[in-house]
Design a protein. Structure first.
Lengths: 215, 556
């Protein structure tokens, strides 16, 4: 019985790693589309987002099955409940990556993407997502805490980009529509950062059993 | 063990108890009955005497507990009885003891009461007057006696139980003790029960087999480890749930894994290519894919492992193909370069020819065009012959014999050929050094030195110098071409040997050449097992040295 359970938990772990990797791919493809204007990537992001949605459903079903059939307790229960929370954050990351992909080609036209800090914000966000998945894969609490701290950097970069875009609009430096699109993309990155932070928090919870911020 | 001994002990004691009981009752009951009959007989004697003397009234007055006296007439009618009313009693003629007494003078019989609780013993005697005197007494049956004995019996059983427990405990301990003290690491050396020695012998033999097998297994493991650890290819063995079962150091190095827990293989690498390989191989198909990690390219080859037609896992081999991918890229570049270089002169030729074909071109222009066509054709010929040289060197098919070549003489010859070109730009050419022989293909060495000198002149400044220095050292013979030219920037130095690579791409046409010169030098050197070295300072000049190894003793 326990063997079967372990097998299923193992399966859950594998599925989560896969879903995490898909998120990384989605966001890095979206960034390639935005920064390098690699138009092939758009299809890529949308396809990956579909896969992420499918994975979310699969993992959800698996978790439900585990909860009903095995009635887990203690750390097993924590693992499964945090998996349930994590996948919704991952799914949001996928959605936002595809949102970025949808508007990236319009934003690219402004030429502003190279003059603002948006590329920097993008790579900081990718780093956060990668680290949060890594912390889950390696069960590394310290790395998870690093991710949480890292969120401030992405937030600061968002403020910076926002300021730069406001100046650009005031100076009529580029097509305002494209600049607004860029602002939205910056916001999406900021949101993705928040989701990565959430994932890191769930990693910490599943390992230590304590919520971040609880004493 | 204790249980078993206890059970057999207890069972035995109970069996003995039962048997002795049966024996005692069987023997003693009969004995007592006989005794009682004797007693009844003597009593009957006294009573008959008394009856004869006192008449029938004696019986009516007789009152003794436990005994019953009955007087029966010869026809069976009861005349008197000490316990019952005569009127109510039936005819006794058919009673066994009465019948016997009538027949033989006396008779005995015994009967159980209705409840079987009591047994009545009868003794009848024929008195002289024809009447029959019967004396009877009751005796408790076996059941009643048993009931009476119940208390002591229970006591005995409890006692037997306790003794059995105690004994079996002691006994099993005593039996077990030497077995527990056996030295199992050395089964044959024990001295214990004789009954155990076949077991110990067997154990000893099995122990030897197991030891040998463990040793073999360890050896195999060690061999496997040695083989896999010394592989430059990474090796991963996973089970059907994609957990890592085994890995080698090369895998750790290639995938840059810090710590391998025996968890999911996806924890080591979760890139798309890797995942698809794992997924495909665990579905039972051979999988192959290239993944890029940092700047390196790895080729993954995975094969499923079957047992009884079921997939139990997979073996993944990771090969570093960074070099070959790079080479493949270079080859592609080369091909596109070749086509480009070939096309350029052809386009000019075709253009000039087309103009002349349409007619009406003045004679002077025709001469100009022809000159251009000739020049371009010459360039094409040089290019094609260079490419042919390179591919010959590439394939290692050299249609010439190796011989002793004097580098000094060869250099002088080359300088002579190049003097006209050098003179145009007022460049001085010198050959320094003495006769120095190398064993090689003259045509190729000629080509190499020619190309070096040609470059030294082409990329020189006006009024510059080119020195060809032939030097014979202890272990090598070298030829150095030194110029005072424009030099090669440090960043480009490792690329100039590539085919078609030009430092200054914009002026290549002006300078001429095919971009294959140094590539030919490099390949020629490789063919002769020689080394090419390059020293250069931008703006000051370049020094190229080809060093041939000297055969130590014998000539080849």
């Amino acid at each position: 019985m326990r063997n079967r359970f372990d097998e299923q938990l193992n399966n859950l772990n594998n599925e989560l790693i896969t879903m995490g990797a898909l998120c990384e791919e989605a966001i890095s493809s979206a960034v390639k589309l935005l920064v390098d204007n690699d138009v092939k990537m758009k299809e890529n992001v949308l396809e990956t987002d579909k896969q992420i949605d499918q994975k979310e459903r699969d993992i959800e079903t698996l978790c439900m099955k585990l909860l009903m059939q095995q009635q887990p307790v203690a750390s097993d229960l924590r693992t499964i409940s945090s998996a349930l929370k994590m996948i919704s954050d991952m799914e949001r990351i996928g959605d936002q990556a595809s949102d970025i992909a949808e508007i990236a080609e319009y934003a690219y036209g402004s030429g502003m993407e190279s003059e603002t800090h948006i590329a920097e914000q993008a790579s900081a966000t990718i780093q956060m997502v990668t680290d949060s998945i890594d912390s889950f894969v390696k069960k590394d609490v310290n790395l998870a805490y690093t991710v949480i701290e890292h969120d401030n950097i992405v937030d600061d970069l968002f403020d910076k980009v926002k300021g730069e875009l406001i100046t650009a609009i005031e100076n009529k430096a580029a097509n305002a529509e494209a600049l607004i699109d860029l602002l939205m993309i910056a916001k999406y990155f900021e949101r993705i950062g928040d989701h990565a932070e959430n994932i890191a928090e769930w990693v910490i919870y599943s390992i230590t059993g304590k919520h971040v911020g609880d004493k | 063990m204790v249980n078993k001994i206890f059970r057999s002990n207890f069972f035995t004691s109970m069996l003995i108890l039962l048997m002795s009981f049966c024996l005692i009752f069987g023997v003693l009951f009969g004995y007592f009955e006989a005794q009682m009959f004797t007693e009844l007989e003597s009593e009957a004697g006294y009573i008959s005497y008394a009856v004869k003397k006192d008449g029938i009234d004696f019986i009516s007055d007789f009152n003794e507990k436990g005994k019953r006296i009955t007087l029966v007439s010869s026809d069976g009618t009861v005349l008197a009885d000490t316990k019952a009313d005569v009127e109510e009693l039936e005819n006794h003629a058919d009673r066994k003891e009465i019948a016997d007494a009538l027949k033989y003078g006396k008779g005995t019989s015994s009967r159980y009461s209705d409840t079987l609780m009591q047994k009545t013993l009868y003794y009848a005697e024929n008195l002289d007057d024809g009447t029959i005197l019967r004396v009877s007494t009751t005796q408790n049956s076996v059941v009643i006696i048993l009931l009476g004995l119940l208390q002591p019996l229970i006591l005995i059983i409890v006692l037997a139980l306790i003794i059995s427990i105690f004994l079996s405990y002691r006994l099993s301990k005593a039996i077990i003790k030497p077995i527990n003290e056996l030295d199992l690491d050395n089964p044959a050396a024990n001295e214990t029960y004789e009954e155990l020695s076949p077991l110990l012998k067997k154990m000893s033999a099995q122990k030897k087999t197991i030891d040998r097998q463990i040793k073999e297994a360890e050896q195999k493991q060690e061999e496997f480890k040695l083989i896999t650890e010394n592989m430059s290819e990474g090796l991963l063995v996973i089970d059907k749930d994609s957990n890592v079962l085994a890995y080698n150091q090369a895998a750790v190095r290639l995938l840059e894994i810090s710590d391998v827990k025996n968890g999911s293989v996806l924890a080591l690498n979760r890139s798309k290519g890797f995942r698809s390989v794992v997924e495909k191989v665990l579905s039972g198909e051979r999988a192959e894919n290239d993944i890029t990690h940092d700047k390196n390219t790895y080729n993954l080859i995975a094969n499923p492992v079957y047992e009884n037609e079921k997939i139990i896992g997979a073996v993944i081999v990771i090969i570093d193909v960074t070099e070959s991918v790079k080479r493949e890229q270079l080859r592609q570049e080369f091909t596109s370069n070749v086509s480009h270089e070939l096309k350029t002169p052809l386009t000019s030729i075709s253009g000039f020819a087309e103009m002349m074909k349409s007619g009406g071109t003045p004679d002077e222009t025709v001469v100009d065009f022809s000159t251009s066509i000739y020049d371009e054709a010459q360039r094409l010929i040089t290019l094609v012959s260079d490419i042919m040289k390179i591919s010959e060197l590439d394939e290692g098919v050299i249609p010439f014999e190796k011989e002793q070549v004097d580098l000094c003489e060869l250099s002088k010859d080359i300088i002579k050929r190049l003097t006209p070109v050098a003179n145009k730009r007022n460049i001085t050419l010198n050959v320094i050094g003495d006769t120095a022989f190398v064993y090689g293909t003259k045509k190729i060495i000629d080509e190499m030195i020619y190309n070096l000198c040609d470059n030294a002149i082409k990329y020189n400044k006006e009024n510059g110098t080119v020195d060809v220095i032939v030097n014979q050292a202890k272990d090598k013979t070298s030829v150095t071409v030194r110029d005072t030219g424009i030099g090669i920037p440090a960043s480009e130095q490792n690329r100039v040997f590539e085919r078609f690579y030009r430092v200054d791409k914009s002026h290549s046409k002006l300078v001429g050449g095919t971009g294959l010169g140094l590539a030919i030098v490099k390949h020629g050197a490789a063919y002769h097992d020689a080394e090419v070295s390059l020293e250069s300072t931008q703006g000051q000049g370049t020094k190229m040295t080809v060093s041939f190894k000297r055969p130590t003793t014998e000539k080849q």
